[in-house]
Design a protein around this ligand. Structure first.
Ligand code: AMP
Length: 184
C-alpha cells in the first residue's frame, strides 16, 4: 500500500511534470523541446523540484555540484547551497575566463563542447552532475569526462527529465542517473 509520503511525493512529481511545456519543432523541425522556463514560472513546482533533489542528496557526502550550461546552471546552485557543496559551472566554449579543459560531444540536434576551470575540482571530490534533461547522453558524458580528468569521482547524475527512447543512460558508464519525471 502506498504511504502518505509516497502520495505526497507523487503529487509533487505530477505538479513538476505538468509545469513543463513541450514545444514542437524547436529549435529544429522534428524536435519536441521540453521547456523548463514554464516550471520556473511556478514557484511551488520549481521549489518541489529542487527539494526532491536536495532530499535525495543531503547527507550523501557530495562535495561538488557541477551544473551544465544552460539549464543545469538554474537547478544546480540551489541544490549545492542546500547540501553544503561547492558549485561549479560547466560552460560552453569561451565563456570561462580562466584556464580551462574542454570536451567535445554530440547533441540530439548538433554538436557542442563543454569547458571547466582548471582547479575547480580537486582529486577525490565527490561530484553530482546536474542538468535539466538527458537526451542522447552526450552532454552528461562530456561532463563526466571533464570531472574525471580532474580526478573527481562522479557519484550520480541528476536531471529533471529523461527522453528514454534515446538511450542516453547507456553512455554513462554504469553511473547512476536520477530523474524526477517521465518524458511525455
Ligand atoms: P544530450 O546530450 O543529447 O543528452 O542532450 C541534453 C542537452 O541538450 C541538455 O542540456 C538539454 O537541455 C538539451 N536538450 C536536448 N534535447 C532536448 C529536448 N528535446 N528538449 C529540451 N532540451 C533538450
Amino acid at each position: 500500500m502506498a504511504s502518505c509520503k509516497d502520495n505526497e511525493q507523487d503529487q509533487r512529481v505530477h505538479g513538476i511534470a505538468a509545469a513543463i511545456r513541450v514545444v514542437p519543432d524547436f529549435p529544429k523541425k522534428g524536435i519536441m523541446f521540453r521547456d523548463i522556463t514554464t516550471l520556473l514560472l511556478n514557484p511551488k513546482a520549481f521549489r518541489n523540484a529542487v527539494d526532491l533533489f536536495v532530499e535525495r542528496y543531503l547527507g550523501k557526502d557530495i562535495t561538488v555540484v557541477a551544473g551544465i550550461e544552460a539549464r543545469g546552471l538554474i537547478f544546480g546552485p540551489p541544490i549545492a547551497l542546500a547540501i553544503g557543496a561547492k558549485f561549479i559551472p560547466l560552460r560552453k566554449p569561451k565563456k570561462l575566463p580562466g584556464e580551462v579543459i574542454s570536451e567535445k560531444y554530440d547533441l540530439e540536434y548538433g554538436s557542442d563542447c563543454l569547458e571547466m576551470h582548471v582547479g575547480a575540482v580537486q582529486p577525490g571530490d565527490r561530484a553530482l552532475v546536474v542538468d535539466d534533461l538527458i537526451a542522447t547522453g552526450g552532454t552528461l558524458c562530456a561532463a563526466m569526462n571533464l570531472l574525471e580528468r580532474a580526478g573527481a569521482n562522479v557519484v550520480e547524475f541528476a536531471c529533471v527529465i529523461e527522453l528514454p527512447e534515446l538511450k542516453g543512460r547507456d553512455k554513462l558508464k554504469g553511473k547512476p542517473l536520477h530523474i524526477l519525471v517521465e518524458s511525455r
